[in-house]
Ligand binder design. Structure first.
Ligand code: DGL
Length: 265
C-alpha cells in the first residue's frame, strides 16, 4: 500500500527506532514528528504526555499514514492503549518489544531497565516483563539527565561520558546481566552506558524488536509498499531545525533531510 508510516517521539530519540525501520523496510516512506520544543516528556504528568502524543497522532492521521510507531517509551507507557483503541490504523509501541528483547537476552532472568522518570514511575516495563516471565527480577532505574544531553547534541564527548558514569554509579551494587535502554534517546549514549556498567552486561534497545512487530503487522494487514516509494522521508520538529538536522544527518546518514516545522497548541 502506497502510504507513509508515522513515527513519533518527544524529540530526536525516536530516530534510533526509525534507523532500524529504514534499514529493514527500504521501500517504505516514513514521516517523523519530534516534539523537541516540549521535550523532555519524562518529568511531565501522564495527562500532558497523553495529550501531546494524541496531537502528534492526529497530525499524522491528517497525512494519511497507514501505521503509527510510538517510538517513545514515556508516550507508549501512558498513551498506547488509547491510541490502539481509537486510531483507524495499527499502532505499535516500544515497551513490549523492549521487554521481549530483554527476556530473550537474559541468562539469569535479572534485568535492569533504564528509563525516564515517567516510564519508570508507570511500571509499564515491569508489567510487560512479568507478563513474559513472571520469575524475572527487575532493577528499574530513572536517568532524568540523559535526554537533555542527547537533545542538546552533546551525547558524544567527555562530558556525556562522565555524566553517564556518575549517574549509573549506584547500579554497581545491583545484580543483573541484561540492561534494556528503556528510552529511545539512550542508544545515542550506548557506548558510555556500556563503559559505565561493564562489558559483561548485555545492553539492548527496543529498536530491532519494534521493527519486527512493524514488519509483522504490515504483512498481517497487507500494508507493505511493494516497490520503493518515490517520496522522501519527512521530519517535523516543534523546535530548532538546525539542531534536528544535525542529529538526523549524523545518525541516519541522510545528507539533505527534508525537515519542516510543526506547531501544536
Ligand atoms: N525518547 C523518549 C522515551 O523513549 C522520551 C524521553 C523524554 O522526552 O523524556 O521515553
Amino acid at each position: 500500500m502506497n502510504a507513509p508510516i508515522g513515527v513519533i517521539d518527544s524529540g530526536v530519540g525516536g530516530l534510533t527506532v526509525l534507523k532500524e525501520l529504514i534499514h529493514r523496510l527500504p521501500n517504505e516512506q516514513f514521516i517523523y514528528i519530534g516534539d523537541t520544543a516540549r521535550c523532555p516528556y519524562g518529568p511531565r504528568t501522564a495527562h500532558e504526555v497523553r495529550k501531546f502524543t494524541w496531537q502528534m497522532a492526529e497530525a499524522l492521521q491528517n497525512q494519511s499514514i497507514k501505521m503509527l510507531v510510538v517510538a517513545c517509551n514515556t508516550a507508549t507507557a501512558v498513551a498506547l492503549e488509547s491510541l490502539q483503541k481509537n486510531c483507524p490504523f495499527p499502532v505499535v509501541g516500544v515497551i513490549f518489544p523492549g521487554a521481549r528483547a530483554a527476556i530473550k537476552a537474559t541468562t539469569r532472568s535479572e534485568i535492569c531497565i533504564l528509563g525516564t522518570t515517567g516510564t519508570i514511575r508507570s511500571g509499564a516495563y515491569e508489567e510487560a516483563i512479568k507478563s513474559l516471565s513472571s520469575s524475572s527480577s527487575i532493577v528499574p532505574f530513572a536517568c532524568p539527565a540523559f535526554v537533555p544531553l542527547v537533545e542538546s547534541d552533546e551525547y558524544e564527548g567527555e562530558f556525556a561520558r562522565d555524566l553517564v558514569a556518575k549517574t549509573l554509579e549506584p547500579l554497581k551494587k545491583a545484580s543483573f546481566d541484561t540492561l534494556i535502554l528503556g528510552c529511545t534517546h539512550y542508544p545515542l549514549l550506548q557506548k558510555h552506558i556500556e563503559a559505565a556498567v561493564g562489558n559483561h552486561i548485555k545492553v539492548l534497545s527496543s529498536a530491532e524488536e519494534t521493527a519486527e512487530d512493524v514488519m509483522e503487522l504490515l504483512t498481517y494487514y497487507h500494508l507493505h509498499q511493494e516497490t520503493p516509494s518515490t517520496e522522501p522521508h519527512v521530519f517535523y520538529t516543534t523546535g530548532s531545525i538546525p539542531m534536528f538536522k544535525s542529529i538526523v544527518t549524523k545518525w541516519l546518514e541522510i545528507d539533505e533531510p527534508n525537515i519542516q516545522s510543526i506547531e501544536f497548541e
